[in-house]
Design a protein around this ligand. Structure first.
Ligand code: AP5
Ligand code: MG
Length: 213
């Protein structure tokens, strides 16, 4: 099953993707996580991407399209994948369509997680991340031990782009560049709207109903 998780910054894409991986046995592909790993490694792509990410802007299409083109061909994607944070522009969505067509595949569902902007700022300023990709919240989703990842024991950190100024820019860019994808995929009959407020488990149950029902 090939799935896309669509939603504004802080909607819970990463949080839900982790649970879906466990349940569905297909990998999460987060362009944000892949880019942050490149930043950490100090690769040429990471150095270039960091300028955009810290400012809350999208990394150029050709960079992320190249990442996805290679990633979805890997062996662990044979039974499908969960795209988290890709596509984010119409050009990316069109490129993805072409790639999948070439592989004789298609997208099955686009899970559109809906959260009002008013809730997102609090979620992002209170988020704490682990380099394994897990994300926590200082109020809403506390790790068992403060500052330590439940899953891998790693030290939690605050993302560089989870500062108020960058968050505001990310939201503006989401509405301008990414929200039009809801229309793009609605026309293809792929969108499954999921209210993204409430408990993580209830939202997860709604997602599972949408993809399995
Ligand atoms: P990316 O890492 O994808 O960031 P994002 O889309 O801004 O989304 P987030 O990861 O911030 O939020 P999320 O929806 O995963 O929420 P989470 O589950 O963590 O991208 C970062 C940057 O990389 C981009 O700005 C761009 O520069 C670049 N980039 C990436 N992909 C790109 C692309 N395709 N094209 C171009 N550039 C690209 O949850 C958030 C918080 O809320 C957590 O603290 C969590 O614990 C909490 N939470 C989750 N669910 C709930 C709930 N139900 N109730 C209360 N709190 C909750
Ligand atoms: Mg995320």
């Amino acid at each position: 099953m090939n799935l896309i998780l669509l939603g504004p910054p802080g909607a819970g894409k990463g949080t839900q993707a982790k649970k879906m991986v466990e349940k569905l046995g297909i990998p999460q592909i987060s362009t944000g996580d892949i880019l942050r790993a490149a930043v950490k490694e100090g690769t040429a792509m990471g150095i270039e991407a960091k300028k955009y990410m810290d400012a809350g802007k999208l990394v150029p299409d050709e960079v992320v399209i190249g990442i996805i083109r290679d990633r979805i061909k890997e062996a662990d994607c044979a039974k499908g994948f969960i795209l988290d944070g890709f596509p984010r522009t119409v050009a990316q969505a069109e490129a993805l369509d072409e790639m999948l067509k070439g592989m004789g595949q298609d997208i099955d569902h686009v899970i559109s997680i809906e959260v009002p902007d008013s809730a997102l700022l609090e979620r992002l300023t209170g988020r704490r991340m682990c380099s394994c990709g897990a994300s926590y919240h200082i109020m809403f989703n506390k790790p068992k031990q403060e500052g330590i990842c439940d899953l891998c024991g790693g030290k939690l950190y605050h993302r560089d782009d989870d500062k108020e100024e960058a968050i505001t820019e990310r939201l503006v860019n989401y509405h301008r560049q990414t929200a039009p994808l809801i229309d793009f995929y609605t026309k293809k009959g792929k969108v499954r709207p999921i209210p993204g407020t409430g408990s993580v488990d209830d939202i997860f149950a709604a997602i599972m109903d949408a993809v399995e029902g």
